[in-house]
Design a protein around this ligand. Structure first.
Ligand SMILES: Cc1cc2nc3c(=O)[nH]c(=O)nc-3n(C[C@H](O)[C@H](O)[C@H](O)COP(=O)(O)O)c2cc1C
Length: 356
């Protein structure tokens, strides 16, 4: 297996960076279930200079579990990105991943995210300057191009390769496609053929099952498979990919509860309250906000189980930790897989909520 910079990974299966999802508690869970690398959600270079509480929360990681620690940065200016990467290194980052795929306007209009695909000179300069400033391996996550008439992933790969990028992850949709349509895996295959056997390519897009992951490896020749939505509510996909079993209902329930506990801690640690609050009111507000941001995880965990739709409706009304625990115990302890629902309710889940 090709290393990424100096890092030899334990297998070929990686968790995708996902804003609002790939936070410390979920990354730790995915690592524990067998993921070889879990990149943080995108972190603003500007945010790293100001080190707001929110950015500090994004920077939290578990050095005992998250090895190596890969941090995704977004920004458009090479110098600012290099300075931000130095800060990221001080906070433990061992791999810097550059977001070159985010389609969201408020990111692209600053010259960051997928707009970097339109300026391979600047994209290359970002990689080069971060490498020079930090000495860390730099990876990039790209799309196939800006739109159907500008699928320039091969030229971009050349520019990033010349700048010394350590690996490329490709999500084979254009910026214009967003997350719609089908991921075009021939893009991954063409990229791998273009860069050759010695350079690591990470394929991404529409891998929902163990069979999908193996099919991607076979059809494209990529070195690693990166899984995003397929891991939502299903961190066990990494265990299955490494030959392990699906969770029992009891295990699923325990995992949901412990993930929830970690989620509450993670979200309350760095919260800033604009108004003056008594400690009790502050704790209650922290709890409510933590519960609200965990609702989507609960909905994802219910995916493919009997009674998932009714449970999701119930989840949207939960406000307190006690309510979450009671609802989760009631639903997950006996919940059985509904094979038909597994296929049918894929589209029920709003994956995009976290993108803002
Ligand atoms: C909710 C959500 C948040 C995402 N946030 C990020 C992000 O912060 N950085 C990034 O590079 N890609 C992000 N993505 C894109 C994913 O990493 C991945 O490329 C995409 O979901 C396709 O892979 P999948 O079909 O396995 O989900 C996000 C996707 C989703 C659904």
């Amino acid at each position: 297996m090709l290393p990424i910079g100096p890092h030899t990974l334990k297998n070929r299966f990686l968790l995708a960076p996902m804003a609002g999802v790939s936070e410390k508690p979920f990354r730790v869970l995915a690592f524990q279930q067998g993921a070889a690398l879990c990149t943080t959600e995108l972190i603003s270079a500007q945010g790293l200079f100001r080190l707001t509480n929110r950015t500090m929360r994004y920077l939290r990681y578990d050095p005992n579990v998250e090895k190596p620690y890969s941090l995704q940065l977004f920004g458009g200016e090479p110098e600012a990105m290099a300075k931000a990467a130095v800060v990221a290194k001080q906070y433990g980052a061992e791999i810097i991943d550059i977001n070159m795929g985010c389609p969201v306007k408020k990111v692209t209009k600053t010259g960051a995210g997928s707009s970097l695909m339109c300026d391979s000179g600047r994209a290359g300069a970002i990689v080069r300057q971060i490498r020079e400033a930090t000495g860390l391996p730099v990876t990039a996550k790209i799309r196939s191009g800006w739109d159907a008439s500008n699928k320039n992933f091969l030229a971009l790969a050349d520019a990033l390769g010349a700048a010394g990028v350590a690996a490329l992850a490709v999500h084979p949709r254009t910026r214009a496609q967003g997350y719609s349509g089908k991921a075009d895996w021939t893009v991954i295959r063409d990229l791998k053929r273009h860069v050759g056997s010695g350079f690591p390519v990470i394929g991404n897009g529409d891998v929902k099952t163990v069979a999908d992951a193996h099919r991607m490896l076979d059809e494209t020749g990529c070195d690693y498979v990166m899984i995003g939505r397929g891991a939502l509510g299903n961190p066990w996909i990494f265990r299955e990919l490494n030959g392990g079993s699906k969770p029992s209902p009891q295990e699923r329930c325990q995992t949901v509860l412990s993930h929830f506990k970690q989620h509450l801690v993670h979200h309350s640690e760095a919260r800033v309250h604009r108004e003056e609050l008594e400690p009790e009111a502050r704790a209650a507000k922290d709890e409510r906000m933590g519960v609200h941001s965990f609702r989507s995880h609960l909905a994802w965990y219910a995916h493919g189980l009997y009674g998932a739709s009714a449970f999701r409706a119930e989840v949207m009304k939960l406000d307190t930790a006690r309510e979450v625990e009671a609802a989760a115990e009631r639903f997950f302890v006996g919940a059985q897989v509904d094979a038909q629902a597994m296929a049918a309710d894929q589209e029920d889940v709003d994956y995009r909520a976290a993108l803002g």
